[in-house]
Structures are given as structure tokens and as C-alpha cells.
Design a protein around this ligand. Structure first.
Ligand SMILES: CCCCCCCC/C=C\CCCCCCCC(=O)OC[C@H](COP(=O)(O)O[C@@H]1[C@H](O)[C@H](OP(=O)(O)O)[C@@H](O)[C@H](O)[C@H]1O)OC(=O)CCCCCCC/C=C\CCCCCCCC
Ligand SMILES: Nc1ccn([C@@H]2O[C@H](COP(=O)(O)O)[C@@H](O)[C@H]2O)c(=O)n1
Ligand code: MG
Ligand code: MG
Length: 220
């Protein structure tokens, strides 16, 4: 949903910045790499220590690089298969660090086995949700569904909650409960999204196999 409705807005807002970076000789790949490094550092330095406010601030500063790199590549007319691969692969790295950071907190001083397991579930299910699309597309299917909770939703729900939960350290009472709520929402939403994508791939592959059989050839 965010990908559909918010992307156009952020493209408009970030285009001048992307053009500025291009003029300074910065490459889209450099933005992809530096953005991912910043997200990973923010997540793994701050979250395991329970410093959710500062972790979220650092991650937010870097995570928008994922919208800038593609914008730069398109403006410069240098979108490439390599860039698409690098972008998607490093998305998986960044997501692992964010949900891994939450899991490390709950495994340590956060001291909550259930929430540690929920965070690990968010990490794993997010990766599998993305994999369903990548694998479906690699076998020639359109995978014409995004589902309830895509990557942008996973990030916005968990980071907004983490940022607000971090205000607990500044004396705001009761607000830390937002992070567990967000993790449960992302976990359930990711499971639903996984189901939506698997059902779609199942239907599309049956249709493609039937079309291939009708045309006298078998699909591999
Ligand atoms: C006192 C307050 C404290 C709190 C302060 C901080 C609050 C700020 C909190 C959060 C900000 C979060 C921002 C998150 C931005 C996410 C941007 C992003 O990375 O989007 C990426 C996404 C997808 O891009 P791609 O096409 O490159 O990626 C594909 C995708 O990953 C596929 O995954 P799948 O969906 O299948 O699982 C992969 O399959 C594929 O491989 C991969 O290529 O881009 C978009 O979706 C575009 C839309 C982005 C919309 C961002 C909206 C941000 C909105 C609000 C944030 C501000 C909220 C402020 C709240 C303040 C609270 C007090
Ligand atoms: N280093 C990069 C990063 C991205 N691309 C191209 O942009 C597409 C992704 O666009 P986003 O707005 O989602 O970032 C990607 O599929 C590539 O075509 C690139 O070329 N180099
Ligand atoms: Mg990107
Ligand atoms: Mg990306």
C-alpha cells in the first residue's frame, strides 16, 4: 500500500537531492552501500542496548537511501540489472539487522523469550515474503500481488513504534509497550502476506502449466 501510494510523493521530494548527489559525482551503488551500512550500524549498535530512540533516528537518516538510489539511477539513465540485484540483496541485509537488533535486545537485557521469538519470526518471515516474489518471478510468473504487509509497511510500523518506545528513556511512561505491539502486528501481517503470495503463485503456476500443456508443450 505504501509502495503504491507513498512512492510517488517521496519520488517528488527526493528527486532534487538525488540530482544533487549525481552532480557531485556520487553513484547509485555508493548510495545503496552507504545507506545499508548506516542502517546496519544504527540497528546493531543501538537496538541491542535498548536505545530505541537514537537507533531509530540513525536508521531513519539512512533508510531513505533506498528510495534515493533508484531515483538517481533512473535520472541518470543508468538503471541496471546489477543495481536491481544489489538494491534487493542489501535490503535483506538491512532488514536482518533491524529485526536482529530487536531480537538481541529481548534475548539480553530486554529479557523476554516470547518477544525475542516474535522478532526472529518477523526477520525470517520478511525474508521469505520477499523470496516468494523473487522466486516466482524467476520462474516466469508475474506474481501479481503485493500483499498486506510489504517491506515499506514492515519498516514503517516497526520503526515508528521503536522511535516512540524509545521516548520511555526520556521519561514518557507506558510508551514502551508500542514496540511489542508493532512486532506482533508485523509478525501476523507478514504471515498473512506470505499466504497471499503463495496462493497467488500457486494459481499463476497452475494457469501457466495449463496454458503450456494446451499449447502442446510442458512447462519446466
Ligand atoms: C518522537 C518521535 C520518534 C520517532 C522518530 C522517528 C520516526 C521515523 C520512523 C520511521 C521512518 C521509517 C521510514 C521507512 C522508510 C522506508 C523506505 C524504504 O526503504 O522503502 C523501501 C520500499 C521498497 O523499495 P524497493 O522496491 O527497492 O524494495 C523491494 C522490496 O523490498 C521488496 O520487498 P517485499 O515487499 O517483497 O517484501 C523486495 O521483494 C524487492 O526485492 C525490493 O527491491 O519503498 C517503498 O515502498 C516506497 C514507499 C516508501 C514509503 C515510506 C513512508 C515513510 C512514511 C513515514 C515515515 C515517517 C513517520 C514519522 C512518524 C513519526 C512518529 C512520531
Ligand atoms: N544502486 C542501484 C539501485 C537501484 N537501481 C535501480 O533502481 C531500482 C530500484 O528502485 P528504488 O526506487 O526501489 O530504489 C532497481 O530495480 C534498479 O533498476 C540501480 O540501477 N542501481
Ligand atoms: Mg532502492
Ligand atoms: Mg530497496
Amino acid at each position: 500500500m505504501l509502495n503504491k501510494y507513498a512512492r510517488a510523493f517521496f519520488t517528488r521530494v527526493l528527486t532534487p537531492f538525488a540530482a544533487f548527489l549525481l552532480r557531485r559525482g556520487v553513484s547509485p551503488d555508493a548510495v545503496t552501500l552507504i545507506g545499508t551500512a548506516g542502517v546496519v550500524a544504527g540497528a546493531l549498535v543501538f537496538f541491542p542496548r535498548g536505545e530505541f530512540f537514537w537507533g531509530t533516528i540513525v536508521i531513519t537518516l539512512f533508510v531513505f537511501s533506498d528510495l534515493v538510489d533508484g531515483n538517481m539511477a533512473r535520472q541518470a539513465g543508468i538503471s541496471s540489472r546489477w543495481g536491481a540485484f544489489l538494491d534487493s540483496t542489501l535490503d535483506r541485509v538491512a532488514d536482518s539487522a533491524i529485526f536482529g537488533g530487536f531480537a538481541l535486545w529481548y534475548a539480553g537485557r530486554g529479557d523476554d523469550d516470547v518477544l525475542c521469538a516474535v522478532a526472529i519470526f518477523c526477520l525470517a518471515s520478511g525474508q521469505v515474503v520477499s523470496y516468494t516474489k523473487a522466486r516466482g518471478e524467476s520462474i516466469g510468473l508475474p506474481v501479481a500481488v503485493n500483499g498486506l504487509v510489504e517491506r515499506a509497511e514492515r519498516l514503517v510500523i516497526s520503526l515508528v513504534a521503536a522511535g516512540l518506545a524509545g521516548l520511555h528513556a526520556f521519561g514518557v511512561p507506558g510508551i514502551e509497550v508500542l514496540l511489542p505491539i508493532a512486532l506482533w502486528i508485523v509478525a501476523v501481517g507478514s504471515a498473512v502476506t506470505l499466504g497471499q503470495r503463495v496462493v497467488t503463485v500457486r494459481r499463476e503456476s497452475a494457469e501457466a502449466d495449463a496454458a503450456a500443456a494446451g499449447g502442446g508443450g510442458a512447462a519446466s
